[in-house]
Ligand binder design. Structure first.
Ligand code: XLS
Ligand code: CA
Ligand code: CA
Length: 440
């Protein structure tokens, strides 16, 4: 078996090591709250950033060569599949996420492209069988090819809609063939640049039509997993329809798709929507639509999708609290839809980035477990709403209090005493628990 990353060892868990290529907090087989860390976190590699993206941006070409020694894109894709599995094996990643176009480059015709996908997926299946690694989810890239300039399902052209459907059909077949646990729809160019040229209602309905067709076809070929919608408010389009979790959930309910679809929440898409990561996860969880996570973050000072590896432990802690409160991942997981900065231009940087991201979420899990055990955050919220558990509050909740009764109460009561939200105290509790002090 060729060694594509000869200087990189299998990454050990070694908290005392000064090596950057060691986990300091992620101990895959350690049990926490009745489950191994590996089972809690379900880390996944993104095929596109990890195996394909070389650091090119609007101002410059790639800084890291990911051709794996082959100028011919198909030959390169074939070799790259082997490299991907070495990469995952060395990091202890058991899941990966892919777009159809990441694993095999597009050919001149759809027929030829599909034949390439058949060939590469045979190779992936062989590598999966040897390693036990499998896809967390698959998806179709419905945004890179120029035919999708006006959207895919939301395109003004029915011919483009047909191409999108054909591509989704094949991507679903691939996901089933490779044993993928979910299927993602990120609405790449499903949105608009200007309403002056847009039939909003038809575009919305057509997206629902493609989702419904895909759902029905997938079930007919034995796909049992959930579909995920990945909300994002903008980029590449000025306005994207799946703006945030609230918009996406409302859309799915309107078209009766809520039982087959859940959310794939990306941290940086939350930032772009003007929300926190915790907010988007909370929306998904409370609405019963929590599914999977893309853990990559953005830069709060930049308004675009930087797809950085996460290292902020407050964010990962609050995210893991939501995951724990949702009962943990079932079919979902934590996908690093992340790329190194353009100047981090070596394969060692790429391994280091995964170590940093995985350790940040391992720390987040450990801290979330500590916060749960401490109990003060949960108790505070419970006490804050305790008024709704008896008397007037219970009458409101159980629908016994009508407008006249509520008015009578308010007239008689005169005024109310307000209570403190104690935000600073709660933020301090987080620090005390996270950084070691047992009691405040
Ligand atoms: C782009 C999205 C994309 C999806 C998969 O911003 O994050 O990578 O996760 O199509
Ligand atoms: Ca993503
Ligand atoms: Ca993104």
């Amino acid at each position: 078996m060729p060694d594509f990353y000869p200087t990189i060892p299998v990454i050990p868990y070694d908290p005392s090591s000064k090596s950057p290529l060691a986990f300091h907090f992620y101990n895959p087989d350690e049990t926490l709250l009745g489950k191994t860390m590996k089972a809690h976190l379900r880390f996944a590699m993104s095929y596109w950033h990890t195996m394909c993206a070389g650091g090119a941006d609007m101002f410059g070409v790639a800084t890291l060569d990911k051709s794996y020694g082959h100028a011919d894109p198909m030959a390169s894709a074939y070799v790259k599949a082997g490299a991907a599995f070495e990469f995952m094996r060395k990091l202890g990643l058991e899941l990966y996420c892919f777009h159809d176009r990441d694993i095999a480059p597009e050919a001149d015709t759809l027929c030829e492209t599909n034949a390439r996908l058949d060939k590469i997926s045979d190779k992936l299946l062989e590598l999966q069988n040897e390693s036990g690694i499998a896809p967390l989810w698959g998806t179709a890239n419905l945004f890179s090819n120029p035919r999708y300039q006006n959207g895919a399902a939301s395109s003004c052209s029915p011919e483009v809609f047909a191409f999108a459907a054909a591509q989704v059909k094949k991507a679903l077949e691939l996901t089933v063939k490779l044993g993928g646990q979910g299927f993602v729809f990120w609405g790449g160019r499903e949105g608009y640049e200007t309403l002056l040229n847009t039939n909003y209602a038809l575009e919305q309905e057509n997206i629902a039509r493609l989702f419904t067709l895909a759902r029905d076809y997938a079930r007919s070929i034995g796909f049992k997993g959930p579909f995920y919608v990945e909300p994002k408010p903008k980029e590449p389009m000025k306005h994207q329809y799946d703006y945030d979790a609230a918009a996406a959930i409302g859309f799915l309910r309107k078209y009766g798709l809520q039982d087959d679809f859940k959310m794939n929440i990306e941290a940086n898409h939350a930032t772009l929507a003007g929300h926190t990561f915790q907010h988007e996860l909370r929306m998904a969880r409370e609405e019963g639509m929590f599914g999977s996570i893309d853990a990559n973050i953005g830069d709060p000072l930049l308004g675009w999708d930087t797809d950085q590896f996460p290292t902020n432990v407050y964010d990962s802690t609050l995210a893991m609290l939501e995951v724990l409160q949702a009962g943990g991942f079932t079919t979902g997981g934590l996908n690093f839809d992340a790329k190194t900065r353009r100047a981090s231009n070596s394969f060692e940087d790429l391994f280091q980035a995964y170590v940093a991201g995985m350790d940040a979420f391992a720390l987040g899990l450990r801290m979330a477990a500590k916060l749960q055990a401490d109990g003060r955050l949960g108790e505070f919220v419970k006490a804050r709403y305790a008024g709704y558990e008896s008397g007037l509050g219970l009458d409101i909740v159980e629908g016994r209090a009508d407008m006249a009764a509520l008015e009578a109460f308010a007239l008689e009561r005169g005024d109310v005493e307000t209570t403190s939200g104690r935000q600073e105290y709660l933020e301090h509790v987080m620090n005390c628990v996270m950084f070691g002090q047992a009691k405040l």
